[in-house]
Ligand binder design. Structure first.
Ligand code: GLN
Length: 250
């Protein structure tokens, strides 16, 4: 009886040690845990199998991980919880078509930039919104916590801005006439307009911005490694070819 008891105790102890190891928030020494919101094509989205996250950010992160000798794991979460996740150590790095802003720089460190984004306006083809100047008094759909959300709230007032968890939901609301337009980054805008009849992107651009990865301010060692890797991947053309693979020249 006593023997069985100690055996059970030993099993419980081994199991809890294993669980602790598995549950540690941040990845092990060799794991690079990336946080993203995988509803942002072509930067991050699910492959046809519905399981694998692919896209520009997934490929750049993989190339960075390979260069610094780490194994990449991708966690899909809401866009507006990504910066808290990297600050708390729930993820090591955020690659999410994330725009560099002064305000975000107060809470996280950014890597070197690797792409440009433009906030554009999606409208129904027959909309009376012709340029940015027509947005006053319209109901604008945005993805919660994005720069599009922040700019529109500042410029047109919170009462005119409806927040959605991701771009696809904002575009669905536009199709259902719950909003008059959607303000979102240009590349996802193109994907959404291609996938939905009756929508177009206005020629006038709203704001141009730079994308970079975000890392915790406590993890300067990782930021240095990631930046060194990204510099090399820029210099040898890897980043350009990943961008060109997903973004077709017009
Ligand atoms: N570039 C925008 C931002 O950083 C949107 C990014 C996204 O929705 N993934 O706020």
């Amino acid at each position: 009886m006593k023997k069985i008891f100690s055996l059970i105790l030993a099993i419980i102890m081994i199991a809890s040690v294993a669980m602790l190891a598995g549950c540690s928030t941040q990845g092990g020494d060799n794991e690079l845990v990336m946080g993203t919101n995988a509803a942002f094509p072509p930067y991050e989205y699910y492959d046809e199998d519905g399981e694998t996250i692919i896209g520009i950010d997934a490929e750049i992160a993989q190339a960075v991980a390979d260069k610094i000798g780490m194994t990449l794991t991708i966690k899909d979460m809401e866009f507006d919880s990504l910066l808290t996740a990297v600050q708390s150590g729930a993820v090591d790095i955020v690659f999410a078509g994330l725009t560099v802003t002064d305000e975000r720089k107060e809470s996280v460190d950014f890597s070197i930039t690797y792409a440009t984004g433009i906030q554009v306006i999606i409208v129904p083809k027959d909309s009376d919104i012709k340029t940015v100047d027509d947005l006053d008094g319209k109901v604008i759909g945005v993805q919660a916590g994005t720069t599009g959300d922040i700019y529109c709230t500042d410029d047109y007032g919170q009462e005119n801005v409806k927040q959605y968890a991701n771009g696809a939901l904002a575009v669905a609301a536009l199709q259902n006439a719950q909003v008059d337009c959607v303000v979102i980054d240009n590349e996802p805008a193109k994907s959404f307009v291609d996938a939905n009849d009756g929508l177009k992107i206005l020629d006038t651009e709203y704001v141009t911005e730079d994308y970079a990865a975000a890392i915790s301010k406590e993890n300067t060692e990782l930021t240095e490694k990631v930046n060194a890797a990204m510099e090399e991947l820029k210099a040898d053309g890897t980043i350009d070819s990943i961008l060109a693979k997903y973004i077709k020249a017009e």
